[in-house]
Ligand binder design. Structure first.
Ligand code: SF4
Length: 500
C-alpha cells in the first residue's frame, strides 16, 4: 500500500487537490491522507510520499501523473524545496505534515505541551513567560500580550472571557484561516492557556462567514478536545464555541466584534474602558487574533527566552508573511522579523511574475500604505513600519505591477472604507464618501484645481479625528498613492500640466 499525502486546505482544494483525490480514490493499493497545507500555494496541488529519507513531493500534479509518482520518478525532497528550506517555521512547523483533526498527530508533534506547562505554573508565572518572550499582538495594534493578560487577570469579576478574533478581512491574508483549517488544536491550546492565566471559563472564536470550512473544522476540533477532557480545569469546565459573524470588516476591530458577539450591530466603542477590564457583557475579556493565540503554545512549551532570541529588538519571534499579487510564488513564508520587504519578495515570492514589472507594494491590507520600489529596503518589523508611516497589520504583502491604475486603486480603497464604516464618527462616515467622490471626479478627468489638496486635508482630518483605525488609516493608501504616483492623479485634474 502506498500512502500519498494531499492537502485539504481551501487554497489547495481551489488549485485542484480534490480533483486528484476523486481521480485516484478507487486506485488499488493507494491510501490517501488529507493533511494541512505547507502554504506553498504556487506548488499546489502537491502530492507527497514517505521515504526513509523523509517526504518526497511532486508539485502542480495532474491526475495522469499518478503512474510516475507510484514509480518514484522525479519528485523533490520536501526539505530541499527552496521556498520551504529558507523559512524558520515555528507556528507553521507541522503544516502539511499532520491531519488537521487528528488529536494523535497533534500530540506527536508537540501538541498540548504548552498547556501542560501553563497548568503546572501559577498564572503570574505564565504571564511572566509571555513578558520575557516579547510577544506582541499579531492582529495589527502590536500591543504587548502579557500586559493585556495581566490587566484581565487582576480585574475582579465573576466571569471572564477569552475571544479569538478570526474575522480575517485584510486583502491578501489567510494565515488565520490556515491555522483554523490546518491546526485547530493549536488555536484551542493558545486560548486554554490564556483562560488558565486570566481565570476565564468561557471562550468564543469569532469567525468570518467567508470561512465555512474553518468554522466546521473548529467545531469538530472543539468536540474532540472536549471528549479528550481538555476543557476540564480547576474551576469546573471551560466552554468554547464558534460564532460566525455577518461579514462586516469593522467587526475585526475588537470592540465592534464584542458588540456583534453580544447580538448587536458591530459598532466601535470608545476606549477606555479596554476590553481587558470591561469587554463582553461588561466582563474582563481578552480579544486576540488567531495567530497571537496560535503562537502562545510554543512560547510556553519552549520558554519565553527562546522566543525572544528570534527577530529584532522590539519585534520578537517569527511572522508568517502571506505573499500575493503579481509575484511568481504566492504563498505563506514564516520567518523571523527583520528581513527587508525586497528580500521577502525575491527569496520567497520568487520575484515578479513573468512579464510583470513592480510598481507598488502594499502591506497590511486595505488600510496599508503603498510603497514604490524605493520602499523595498524597509525592514519587516513593527518599528520600521511605524517609522515609515505604515503598518505591518496581519503580514499580508500584495505586489502590484506596472499595469495597475493607481487612481482606481486609491478609489477602490476609499470606497471600501465608505462601505465598511460603522458610521459612528463623522470623519470616517462622511469623509470616506467625500473622498471617494473626489477620486471619482479625478478618475473621470473632471478634477478641480485643489482637489489633491482637498484630499490631503480630508486625509489629515480622518487620521486625527476618527475613533478607530478604519477611519484613521483609510487615507494612507490614497495619500501614499498620490505621494508616489502623483502624475496619474494630476492627469485627471482640469488645467493641470503633467509630465509623462
Ligand atoms: S472610524 Fe469609522 S469604523 Fe471606526 S468608529 Fe469611526 S465610523 Fe466607525
Amino acid at each position: 500500500m502506498t500512502r500519498l499525502y494531499i492537502s485539504n486546505d481551501t487554497s489547495a482544494v481551489a488549485a485542484g487537490a480534490d480533483r486528484l483525490v476523486r481521480a485516484w480514490t478507487r486506485e488499488p493499493d493507494i491510501e490517501i491522507v488529507r493533511t494541512s497545507s505547507r502554504g506553498a500555494f504556487f506548488l499546489e496541488p502537491m502530492v507527497e510520499r514517505d521515504t526513509k529519507d523523509g517526504r518526497i513531493a511532486w508539485c502542480n500534479v495532474q491526475p495522469h501523473d499518478l503512474p510516475g509518482i507510484l514509480a518514484g520518478e522525479g519528485g523533490t525532497p520536501v526539505d530541499r524545496i527552496p521556498f520551504l528550506a529558507q523559512q524558520t517555521r515555528v507556528t507553521f512547523a507541522s503544516f502539511g505534515v499532520t491531519r488537521p483533526l487528528s488529536f494523535d498527530d497533534y500530540v506527536a508533534h508537540g501538541g498540548w505541551k504548552g498547556l501542560e506547562r501553563a497548568r503546572a505554573l501559577p498564572p503570574d508565572a505564565v504571564i511572566r513567560e509571555l513578558k520575557v518572550s516579547g510577544l506582541r499582538g499579531r492582529g495589527g495594534a502590536a500591543f504587548p500580550v502579557w500586559n493585556k493578560w495581566l490587566v484581565a487577570k487582576d480585574t475582579p469579576a465573576d466571569r471572564k472571557y477569552v475571544v479569538a478574533n478570526a474575522d480575517e478581512g485584510d486583502a491578501g491574508t489567510y494565515c488565520d484561516r490556515m491555522v483554523m483549517e490546518g491546526e485547530p488544536f493549536r488555536l484551542i491550546e493558545g486560548m486554554l492557556i490564556c483562560a488558565r492565566a486570566i481565570g476565564a471559563d468561557r471562550g468564543y472564536i469569532y469567525c468570518r462567514q467567508e470561512y465555512p470550512t474553518a468554522a466546521r473544522v473548529l467545531r469538530e476540533a472543539i468536540r474532540e478536545a472536549e471528549l479528550r477532557g481538555l476543557f476540564a480545569h480547576d474551576h469546573g469546565r471551560f466552554h468554547l464555541e464558534v460564532f460566525v459573524g455577518a461579514g462586516s470588516y469593522v467587526c475585526g476591530e475588537e470592540t465592534a466584534l464584542l458588540d456583534s458577539l453580544e447580538g448587536g450591530r458591530g459598532v466601535v466603542r470608545a476606549k477606555p474602558p479596554y476590553p481587558a477590564v470591561s469587554g463582553l457583557h461588561g466582563k474582563p475579556t481578552i480579544v486576540s487574533n488567531v495567530l497571537t493565540f496560535a503562537t502562545v503554545p510554543s512560547i510556553l512549551a519552549r520558554g519565553g527566552e527562546w522566543h525572544a532570541s528570534l527577530g529584532t529588538e522590539r519585534s520578537r519571534g517569527t511572522i508568517p508573511l502571506q505573499i500575493g499579487g503579481r509575484v511568481k510564488q504566492p504563498g505563506l513564508a514564516e520567518i523571523p522579523f527583520g528581513a527587508t520587504l525586497g528580500e521577502v519578495i525575491e527569496r520567497f515570492g520568487g520575484g515578479m511574475a513573468a512579464g510583470a514589472r513592480l510598481k507598488a507594494v502594499q502591506v497590511g491590507g486595505p488600510l496599508g500604505s503603498l510603497f514604490p520600489a524605493s520602499g523595498l529596503g524597509i525592514r519587516i518589523c513593527y518599528d520600521a513600519f511605524a517609522e515609515a508611516g505604515a503598518i505591518l497589520g496581519h503580514g499580508g504583502i500584495v505586489v502590484y505591477d506596472d499595469e495597475t491604475d493607481m487612481v482606481e486603486l486609491a478609489r477602490h480603497f476609499m470606497a471600501f472604507t465608505a462601505d465598511e464604516s460603522c458610521g459612528k464618527c463623522t470623519p470616517c462616515r462622511i469623509g470616506s464618501v467625500r473622498g471617494r467622490e473626489i477620486l471619482e471626479r479625478i478618475q473621470a478627468g473632471r478634477g478641480g484645481q485643489g482637489d489633491l489638496d482637498l484630499l490631503a486635508d480630508l486625509g489629515e482630518t480622518m487620521k486625527t479625528a476618527s475613533l478607530c483605525a478604519l477611519g484613521g488609516r483609510a487615507p494612507y493608501p490614497v495619500l501614499t498613492a498620490i505621494e508616489h504616483f502623483g502624475t496619474e492623479f494630476r492627469r485627471g485634474v482640469r488645467g493641470e500640466r503633467h509630465e509623462e
